[in-house]
Design a protein around this ligand. Structure first.
Ligand code: ADP
Ligand code: MG
Length: 630
């Protein structure tokens, strides 16, 4: 059989690149290699336990799942061994020789050169195994898949660099063993006390025991487990009573669960007893993971059934707008052999999901009420994801709206700190609505002509400049009985104090002017009317209430989408000197040019795209030249 021959393979380009980066960037964080190896061993035990539910012969008579940790001072090796699922030859090539994930480039691009920050990315990205090379000069991995024959064992070896060798070897036990030959400067890991400390620090709450030789090896062969002690707590932390768990334990468990280096912002741990029984332990991370924007990559919540790990990327467990949440759900009501298909439409899951959503929203509200600074940092990291909520989760729309934060004309600061409740508190006597504007950048929102008159009368306007805002607001029409009104869309609402008349009265001459402009622009506009929004700008565009903002239309067009072109209304400010001058213009051709420039300017101010930019430039130049001649 040709497969038993020793083969030499090259690493995928990205792997080689990653290895080099890892060795250099994680140098001051050497100890994480052990966390990664133990985490893999624990995953492998989880997988075997799960597969054995339908075929317990896979245990091969060895159903006590254990992770062994050993070191050998003379040989200068550290070994991690598990009796989990193991890998066959193809799986070793697939899982260890390549990075079978699409995000590799993304990961490499994300590296900053800042060791602490880079180290944090490693685990999140799932390149954990290679962290071995931070401390090891060479790595040998033996493995045999549970259920495969003894001679189907595999030996993989690599000295980092460009590649690895692969051969079949007999392996008496299924599972995986990783032997690290340490670099010269990694002596510190040839020490029981040091290793024990690392296990305690990172792996205390993995559910399988990590056993370590209690005395240093004295030349005997490794196979004997005598004299081993269990180093970690090896209990399902989430099943313990809240009062018996310290903050530190919660934090350590979070790091194990999420591969995050940082402490979580906060968490909520609940045992639900009622129609269904389940436990949830849900964390808010302090920082956004690199793949936050990948809406399809949902892997935050692990599903357990009676402490048995089932799967970790079930999108049934958490809606997308909460995809930043990390944690687990342990149910007593699901069958152990639950499949993804079963989860698709399952009452238990639906109930757990809506329960979890409520818990998370309540946790966020609590954070916002009691620790506004922490909430502000949450908002900076995840606010734009939460903004997907109103469109996705109608049932909780009001609760989500309460959590939203915006920039506003109250401070004119770009920071998003104003809640709808705060806005309402500040509303003036005669003000009935909540006003907002959406734009493609903060300055575009802040300086938008649409809010000139509200600004002049001191009415607060929320400034929205995130991409998702225009879409989100189409789902948020009301809050606490108040209408949310875009100042850039629709008729001007007659709700502000009636005494303050911000509009120029539409007298006869205005009527004539709007008609003239309308005739000149023809099909390009729906209507031309005198504006009540403007005080200092000559004109602005207004869309109908349910139409998409112009910057969104431009964005979608750029992305190649067909956007139904809606004709805007052009609102003018007849008091503006430019319009006064136009009013006096008798040459119809010239008047037409001016009108066209006026419209194009308004489109540009909205972040829109001109249909004929060159024509605009030419007209503008003509006008400028004519000015010179005057
Ligand atoms: P991740 O654990 O995030 O998938 P790793 O680089 O740590 O990334 O591991 C890559 C893959 O190698 C794992 O997904 C798993 O399929 C396989 N693997 C690593 N260690 C083991 C092990 N001890 N037993 C079985 N499979 C393993
Ligand atoms: Mg791993």
């Amino acid at each position: 059989m040709s497969e038993s021959v020793k083969e030499t393979h090259e690493f995928q380009t990205e792997v080689a690149q990653l290895l080099r980066l890892m060795i250099h960037s994680l140098y001051s964080n050497k100890e994480i290699f052990l966390r990664e190896l133990i985490s893999n061993a624990s995953d492998a035990c989880d997988k075997l336990r799960f597969e054995a539910l339908s075929d317990d012969s896979l245990f091969g008579g060895d159903s006590e799942l254990v992770i062994h940790l050993a070191f050998d001072k003379d040989a200068r090796t550290v070994t991690v061994r598990d009796n989990g699922i193991g890998m066959n030859r193809e799986e070793v090539v697939e899982n260890i020789g390549t990075i079978a994930r699409s995000g590799t480039r993304q990961f490499l691009d994300k590296l900053t050169g800042d060791q602490a920050a880079d180290a944090q990315l490693i685990g999140q990205f799932g390149v954990g195994f290679y962290s071995s090379f931070i401390v090891a000069e060479s790595v040998v991995l033996y493995s045999r898949r549970a259920g495969d024959p003894v001679e189907a064992g595999v030996r993989w070896e690599s000295h980092g660099g460009d590649g690895y060798t692969l051969e079949n070897v007999a392996r008496e036990h299924h599972g995986t063993e990783v032997v690290l030959a340490l670099r010269e400067d990694a002596d510190e890991f040839l020490d029981a006390w040091r290793l024990r400390g690392i296990v305690k620090k990172y792996s205390d709450h993995i559910t399988f025991p990590v056993r370590m030789q209690s005395t240093e090896k004295d030349g005997e062969d490794e196979a004997t487990d005598a004299g081993e002690e269990t180093v970690n707590a090896a209990s399902a932390l989430w099943m313990r009573a809240k009062k018996d768990i310290s903050d530190e334990e919660y934090q350590t468990f979070y790091k194990h669960l999420s591969h995050d280096f940082e402490d979580p912002l906060t968490w909520t741990h609940n045992r639900v007893e009622g129609k269904y029984e389940y436990t949830t332990l849900l964390y808010l991370p302090a920082r956004a993971p690199f793949d936050l924007w990948d809406r399809d990559h949902i892997h935050g919540i692990k599903l357990y059934v009676q402490r048995v790990f089932i799967m970790d990327d079930s999108e049934q467990l958490i809606p997308r707008y909460l995809r930043f949440v990390r944690g687990l759900v342990d149910s007593s009501d699901l069958p152990l052999n639950v499949s993804r298909e079963i989860l698709q439409s399952n009452k238990v899951i639906d109930s757990i999901r809506s329960g979890s959503v409520k818990k998370i929203l309540a946790l966020l509200q609590d954070l916002a009420d009691k620790e506004p600074e922490k909430y502000a940092s949450f908002w900076t990291e995840f606010g734009r994801v939460l903004k997907e909520g109103p469109g996705e989760d109608h049932a909780n729309r009001e609760a989500i709206a309460k959590l939203l934060r915006f920039a506003s004309t109250h401070s004119d600061s770009e920071e998003q700190t104003v809640s709808l409740d705060q806005y309402i508190e500040r509303m003036g006597e005669g003000q009935a609505h909540i006003y907002y504007i959406t734009a493609d950048a903060f300055n575009a929102a802040k300086n938008s002509p649409h809010l000139e008159s509200l600004r002049a009368e001191g009415t607060e306007v929320l400034l929205m400049y995130d991409r998702v805002d225009d879409w989100m607001m189409s789902f948020l029409q009301e809050y606490e009985g108040k209408k949310l009104v875009s100042v850039a869309k629709g008729e001007w609402p007659d709700t502000a104090d009636d005494d303050v008349d911000t509009s120029a009265p539409e007298d006869g001459s205005d009527k004539e002017l709007t008609k003239r402009i309308g005739d000149a622009l023809g099909e390009r506009v729906d209507e031309v009317r005198v504006s009540k929004r403007l005080t200092t700008s000559p004109a602005c565009l207004v869309f109908k209430e349910h139409e998409m903002a112009l910057h969104m239309q431009a964005l979608l067009k750029q992305a190649g989408h067909d956007v139904p072109s809606s004709k805007p209304t052009l609102e003018i400010n007849p008091a503006h000197p430019l319009l006064v001058r136009m009013d006096g213009e008798t040459d119809d051709t010239r008047f037409g040019e001016w009108a066209s420039i006026l419209l194009d300017q308004a489109i540009l101010a909205e972040g829109g795209q001109l249909e004929d930019p060159a024509g605009f430039v030419k007209r503008l130049n003509d006008v400028m030249l004519a000015m010179g001649e005057d």
